[in-house]
Unconditional design. Structure first.
Length: 202
């Protein structure tokens, strides 16, 4: 699986997050709102100013634009003003996406017209089933509005392994932390790796 590693500072206005890390497996960042989860993920994706060095599978990427980093960032509300079918074509998704979302999914509507849960499921599913070359998928509370959240998370993590991709999921929901293989939190604007998921909520 890909390796994402770095020693970086991410700047979001007057808010700064420091992270010295090495991510080798599907990972969860569990922390309260306002702790810096989104700032960290956006820094990885190239959407915020970063100082330091960031590497993906041995290649330095901190100087590259977002579209050339090999990283996909999905926020909590991916309300894109394009049709579902067009989005799937743009992302070069496998036909399996139709099987996962189901025949009853509103294929003829725009993503921004769907419910929040439908938008999240469509965008996350397509990002994992995409034939594009990205190897890291960042989920910024991107499945937290799904009624079948835990089952979907299990499927997402299994599929990521099959596709040789790493998922990094930021959340403040403690349910399902045990599904991941690496565990992180943010304290005093600093990313910390935690040995066991049970210590995240202790």
């Amino acid at each position: 699986m890909p390796e994402l590693a770095g020693n970086i500072r991410i700047f979001n206005g007057g808010f700064t997050v420091h992270a010295d890390f090495r991510i080798l497996k599907n990972s969860v960042i569990f922390a309260k709102n306002g702790s810096g989860k989104t700032t960290f993920l956006k820094g990885l994706a190239g959407l915020l100013k970063v100082e330091g060095e960031l590497y993906l599978s041995g290649k330095r990427i901190d100087g590259k634009p977002p579209e050339k980093r090999g990283i996909v960032y999905i926020n909590q509300n991916p309300a894109l003003p394009i049709g579902v079918t067009k989005f799937i074509k743009l992302m070069k998704c496998d036909d399996e996406v139709q099987e996962v979302l189901g025949s009853g999914f509103p294929w003829n509507r725009k993503l921004e017209e769907l419910s929040l849960g439908q938008r999240q499921k469509a965008v996350v599913t397509c990002s994992l089933l995409s034939r594009r070359s990205h190897s890291v998928v960042l989920l910024d509370e991107s499945v937290d509005n799904l009624s079948d959240r835990l089952n979907f998370l299990k499927w997402v993590l299994e599929l990521a392994k099959k596709r040789d991709r790493v998922v990094i999921y930021a959340t403040n929901n403690p349910a399902g932390l045990e599904l991941f293989e690496q565990y992180f939190t943010l304290r005093d604007r600093k990313l910390l790796e935690i040995e066991n998921h049970s210590l995240l909520t202790g």
